[in-house]
Design a protein around this ligand. Structure first.
Ligand SMILES: [Zn+2]
Length: 295
């Protein structure tokens, strides 16, 4: 008797800088992978303790709260495991509005994540990738999205860790830059009813359409993704730091536009040729190739 092998099950590790980044960039893809039976592991470098929040949620207090928010988000996604590596959050050192600056929780304290030597960080992450037998690692594009130093460090550390661990597929989570422009134009058109958020420099942020490899359809997972976004309540109220500005931007979009915006997620797969059709399957490179018939 022969048994038909079932569809392949893969392990996907999604590496992020702060709690809430997983929701913005990857929650739909992760929810879809989990629903299809794959193992999903969410790893964050920092607890996000230097993020924007109410004055009484500072430092460790805020970090603890954000870890709980991350756990709720991971539950919405269907992740099997959550790891907080616990490196010090860099904060957002650039003043972006009159509201004040988000900076390190303790300026005289330990060296923040973005300034740590990438090699030992990569060795730590590689150990986790080996332990998990990771098939896919998600990181960020080389711009770190809109340029947050912790996000640039995730790009760097993720690439090195995958190399050490031999993780076959590295997907850099990003956003189609053209779509950001379109969203901004919608906001500008609505500026008379909605306050315009402070925007980072968008000319180099995220990734040009021609450099993308994947556009993942997550419209069936928009409710999971919305629950993941909502889990980060401490970040959606004060639009001061990195994720919060983007989150605020998305949540201010009119509902049908928002559904279109969060119903797709974008990646650039390291080492994959760009220019073809965008892939919908994050495991495409791992699938056995169908037998090629001779014409
Ligand atoms: Zn972040």
């Amino acid at each position: 008797m022969t048994s038909q092998p079932g569809p392949a099950r893969y392990t996907l590790v999604s590496f992020h800088a702060h709690p809430d980044d997983e929701a913005l960039l990857t929650a739909g893809t992760l929810a879809r992978a989990a629903a299809e039976g794959h193992r999903v592991v969410v790893v964050v470098a920092t607890a996000g303790e230097a993020g924007a929040a109410r004055a009484d949620w500072t430092g460790d207090h805020l970090g603890d709260r954000r870890i709980r928010e991350l756990e709720a988000s991971a539950a919405a996604i269907g992740a099997a495991r959550v790891e907080v590596l616990g490196y010090p959050d860099t904060g957002w050192p650039v003043p972006t509005s009159g509201e004040g600056i988000s900076g390190p929780a303790d300026p005289g304290g330990p060296v923040p994540f973005s300034q740590l030597d990438a090699e030992p960080l990569a060795a730590d992450l590689a150990a986790l990738l080996v332990e998990e037998g990771a098939d896919v690692l998600t990181t960020y594009d080389e711009n770190g999205g809109y340029g947050h130093p912790d996000h640039v460090q995730v790009h760097r550390v993720g690439a090195m860790a995958a190399e050490i661990a031999g993780t076959p597929v590295v997907l850099e989570a990003t956003i189609d830059r053209a779509l950001i422009w379109r969203a901004v134009n919608v906001l500008r058109a609505l500026a008379w009813v909605l306050p315009m958020p402070v925007l980072p420099d968008l000319s180099t942020a995220y990734t040009a359409r021609g450099d993308l490899t994947h556009r993942v359809d997550v419209r069936d997972y928009v409710s999971d993704k919305s629950e993941s976004l909502r889990a980060h309540a401490s970040q959606s109220t004060r639009a001061r730091d990195d994720g919060a500005r983007t989150l605020a931007l998305i949540l201010r979009l009119p509902r049908p536009v928002r559904r279109r915006v969060i119903g797709r997620e974008w990646f650039r797969e390291r080492g994959r040729q760009v220019g073809g059709d965008l892939l919908d399957d994050v495991f495409a490179s791992l699938r056995p190739r169908p037998e090629c018939g001779h014409a």
